[in-house]
Design a binder for this molecule. Structure first.
Ligand SMILES: [Zn+2]
Length: 116
């Protein structure tokens, strides 16, 4: 697995994640589409927040199974924590906040979250 570094825009929130960036999705639900999120899902074992534990604010909606976490200062959502459909805890990393890859070096599948 490759370890990637990421952060919010202002740098208050930083993290490391192990992912090969396969299975990235973009979703058309009321939340993801507005924010332009491109998400890679990993188990909590593969994710470490390295800065900014107190710098996060959170937002939940609908079934409240996913806690969307964003930087109180710059508003950027680097990741969310939640429960996958199979009941396992997961972290959804916004690949647009990875700092060690080229923009658009990943590809995303479109997911029809609006219809769920
Ligand atoms: Zn920030």
């Amino acid at each position: 697995m490759t370890t990637h570094q990421g952060s919010c825009q202002c740098g208050s929130v930083a993290y490391e994640v192990e992912t090969e960036l396969d299975g990235v999705i973009e979703c058309n639900c009321s939340h993801c589409y507005r924010k332009g999120l491109a998400l890679a899902f990993v188990s909590p074992d593969a994710f470490r927040q390295t800065a900014g534990e107190g710098a996060l604010s959170e937002h939940t909606f609908n079934t409240h199974k996913i806690t969307h976490l964003f930087c109180k200062t710059c508003g950027v959502q680097a990741f969310a924590r939640g429960v996958a459909p199979n009941g396992q805890p997961m972290v959804a990393v916004n690949v647009r906040t990875l700092t060690d890859i080229e923009p658009w070096s990943w590809t995303a599948q479109h997911v029809d979250g609006r219809s769920f």
